[in-house]
Every structure is written in C-alpha cells, then in structure tokens.
Design a protein around this ligand. Sequence first.
Ligand code: BDR
Ligand code: CA
Length: 313
Amino acid sequence: MPPRKIIIDTDPGQDDAVAILLALASPDEIEVLGITAVAGNVPLELTAKNARIVCELAGRTDVPVYAGCDRPLNRALITAEHVHGKTGLDGPDLPDPQMPLSDGHAVDFIIETLRAEEPGTVTLCPLGPLTNIATAFRKAPDIVDRVQGIVLMGGAYFEVGNITPTAEFNIHVDPEAADIVFKSGVQLVVMPLDVTHKALVTKPRNDAFRAIGSNVGIAVAEMTDFFERFDKEKYGSTGAPLHDPCVTAYLIRPELFTGRFVNVEIEIQSELTLGMTVADWWGVTDRSPNALFVGEVDADGFFALLTERLARL
Ligand code: BDR
Ligand code: CA
C-alpha cells in the first residue's frame, strides 16, 4: 500500500511536536503533504515558528509549513501557556528555524491540495483548534467530499474537560469551527481526553526516549519533562498525556486503539458547557453516527511504536 497522504494542522505544543515527529519518522505509512499552523496553545506567530523548528529537528526542511488563521471564527483566542510555556515548546533548547514559511495562507494550501489530489486520498489531521479546517470548508465547500477522512485530537466525554469543567481545549477554543467540522459529513476519528489520558509518559517511557541518545530523542524527553509538570500537579498522574501523537499513531497502527462509532455534536450556545463534545455513547438519540470516538489505547504498544520510530530520525 502506498503511504497515506496527510495534512497536519497544528498548534505546537510539545505533544503536537511529538505527533509531527512520529509522522515524519514513518514515510512507509504516512506522506506529509504539508503542515498548516493555527493559533491555539500559543499565538500563530509562535505555532508557525514551532512547526518549522520541529521540521528542522527531524531534518525535513522539505516539508512545507504554512501559517493559517490567527484567531477563532467568532471569538477571542484562548491560549495555554500555563501548560506549554511561553514559547509553546518550552523544555529543550532548540535553535530558531532557518527554513522559511511557505508563501500563501494555510487555508488556501488545504483547498488547493484537496483539489489537486485524487478525491478520497488526503486525510486531514488536526491537532489544535479547528479554525483552519472549518475556514477551508466554508470557503470551498467542494473540497469536503474530496477528504478521505479526518483524524483529530479533541473533545472529552467520560473524562470531562481540561480547560473548563466540561470542555477540552482544542474544541473549546473554537467551538463554532468544531461544529462545522463535526457536521461536515466527513468521517471522523476522534481522539478525546478519554483515550489520551491513558497515554501517559511515565518515567521509564521518558527514559526510553532519552536513551535513544539522538537530538530527537533527547529533545522529546526534555519536552515531556517540561510538559508533564502541569498534568502531574493537576491530576496527580504518573506523567503527562501525549495527546496529539495518538492521531499519527492511529494512522500507523489503528489496531492499538478502540472506540465506538457514535454521534458527536458540539455545544456552541451554553456559556456553562461551551465546546463540550456531546457523544451519544449509549445510542439514546436517533442522530446519525459521525465519529469513531476512541476510548482505549494499548499504551505499551503506543510507546513502543513511538520509541522505535523516533529512533529512526
Ligand atoms: C490538546 O490541547 C493542547 O494543549 C494539546 O496540544 C492538545 O492538542 C489537549 O487538550
Ligand atoms: Ca495541539
């Protein structure tokens, strides 16, 4: 089988960085057509910079990186420096990128790529707020049917929220964008907190990254060292959840994950539960299923895959 063509839409973020590295380390399974940056964990200028830092760390300056939307569709941007640090990529000391941003807007790159490639051959992989994807769907509705699928990190149901009591960060930041994507009719695979909170970087797992001994292995270990202090304090867990790499790991080894194909809708009106992903887990409505809502991961298999692949870079 030829590698699956993907566009990674992202707001790096240490866990976004690991997700990107995993994809770039897996050319037999994944062809990264481009990386599109969106405002989220930190403002756009930093996410667009961090995406290039990650490409350079992987030695892949050939991957085009585009800057996209700098704010949610209808709202002021909420950022997460309290988790990711001031730069969004705090932890390792990585050099400023030399590679330039690609010319043009990320939304236009998404549109043009979906129009240029054979229909049904490009998968979108959003790792941040869904602003770029929703803007592309609104601007060019003809591309929606051309998307092979969307595998995204966002939402929470049984695990409830991390930025509000009921909402997960990526969906809460731009709920209107999420609503457009979840209603688009494109088949979704959703990695909510329910599963990502089971992908914890324990000390032995982080030691395994560090033991790779390469720039990539050491940088990933240092990113995780930084990133985990927040979650350990908040949840009393043994390490940080590696949210976004669940997306790229799913593309390589889907059998590591299990979930249910259910209806998922986004709350966009209530102030109290804004951005909640309302998953009809028990099938109590007649709303059509639109998403494989993932709940379980073989965490040992996931970390074995990550360590093996990161060692290739
Ligand atoms: C999501 O929000 C960001 O902080 C992470 O990068 C991840 O995409 C987790 O809620
Ligand atoms: Ca992210």
